[in-house]
Design a protein around this ligand. Structure first.
Ligand SMILES: [Fe+2]
Ligand SMILES: [Fe+2]
Length: 358
């Protein structure tokens, strides 16, 4: 009986090695960029801060943190059925996202080495952190008799090309939202230890400090390039990235609310909390943030999430693909309209706070 529960409905490429989840618009993305443009970047305006961050990275506060404790050494077969499936999905998504950071930072470290040594070393040290995070998550997957072939993932995934400034907006936000996600789960489980069903969550407190430092690095890099923050294009792009990062998380998490329920967390409340915090944090560097306190904001997000649920929960059928797509179309359109409405909502200016402590 237990065997069928151990590997709940996941395809394997080799015994114990999971076929990676299908890439969709909402799965973690792999990035590549214009390395020459990045190498030529002049960081002198904010070099002192970047050097200070580099010193922090060198200190390597979490050098001894990612060591598996005794607590892991037990059977996890009691996490079974749908919970097990959701758990594996959570670990896979997290591992893929961490690994994607590793690949990008590692490549940046390598390509910038001779031309921009301060940035290159920062990237290399961040890739060290992400490798630890991804490795730790992949090891956790093995507790559930699964793992990811990260070499295969490197070769098989498609890479999205972003110009450096878009890499900065996107990675800054993903580091900061990652920080808030980890710390909120950690604090919740600290207050409710009875819900700590697996030991990995105890590692989140120090872990999220890595993400916070990575976010601070991108904050400093953007401040070294004021041109990417202070024109009308920057304002439009910052809105776009804030919304896409928030909406991706919201739609994903509401679809997996049972995972959060297993930890005693209400997925919607958790996401709202994480979005508010990340939005406020982003106000320290972005010229504007979204008006997440406007009553329409989460109403529209909820409506988009409801349409998304209708797509993912559509009963499996043998209908031809075009027909399936046609049936999904109204929901896809509805999500598109809500996103457009959210994008057009009046943002909150933070640029006027320039030069003050934010
Ligand atoms: Fe990480
Ligand atoms: Fe990170």
């Amino acid at each position: 009986m237990v065997d069928s529960l151990k590997k709940p409905g996941f395809e394997e490429m080799r015994p114990g090695v999971k076929v990676p989840a299908k890439e969709t618009i909402l799965t973690p993305r792999f990035y590549t960029t214009d390395f020459d443009e990045m190498a030529k970047m002049d960081i002198s305006v904010n070099e002192d801060e970047l050097r200070a961050i580099l010193e922090e990275f060198r200190t390597d506060y979490n050098r001894h943190h990612f060591v598996r404790s005794e607590e892991f050494n037990q059977s996890w077969d009691h996490i079974d059925g749908e919970s097990r499936q959701l758990f594996i999905e959570f670990l896979e998504r997290s591992c893929t996202a961490e690994f994607s950071g590793f690949l990008l930072y590692k490549e940046l470290g390598r390509r910038l080495k001779d031309k921009n040594p301060v940035l290159a070393e920062c990237f290399t040290l961040m890739s060290r952190d992400e490798a630890r995070h991804a490795g730790f998550l992949n090891k956790a997957l093995s507790d559930f008799n699964m793992s990811l072939d990260l070499g295969f993932l490197t070769k098989s995934r498609s890479y999205t090309f972003f110009k450096p400034k878009f890499i900065f907006y996107a990675t800054y936000l993903s580091e900061k939202i990652g920080y808030w996600r980890y710390i909120k789960i950690f604090r919740h489980l600290q207050a409710h230890p009875e819900n700590r069903i697996y030991p990995i969550f105890s590692f989140f407190e120090n872990w999220c400090q890595d993400e916070n430092r990575h976010g601070d690095f991108f904050d400093a890099i953007m401040k070294a390039q004021p041109s990417i923050l202070n024109d009308w294009k920057a304002r439009l792009w910052c809105r776009f990235f804030l919304l896409s990062v928030f909406a991706t998380m919201y739609l994903n998490d509401l679809q997996r609310s049972d995972f959060y329920k297993a930890l005693g967390i209400n997925a919607r409340d958790y996401d709202i909390d994480v979005i508010r915090e990340t939005n406020a944090t982003a106000g320290r560097v972005f010229p504007l943030v979204l008006n997440v306190d406007h009553p329409d904001f989460f109403r529209l997000m909820d409506e988009a999430a409801a349409s998304y649920l209708k797509i993912v929960n559509a009963p499996a059928s043998n209908e031809p693909k075009p027909l399936k797509t046609l049936k999904r179309l109204p929901h896809i359109l509805s999500i598109g309209v809500k996103m457009l409405q959210l994008y057009l909502m009046k943002p909150i200016d933070t640029a006027h706070l320039e030069g003050t402590v934010r």
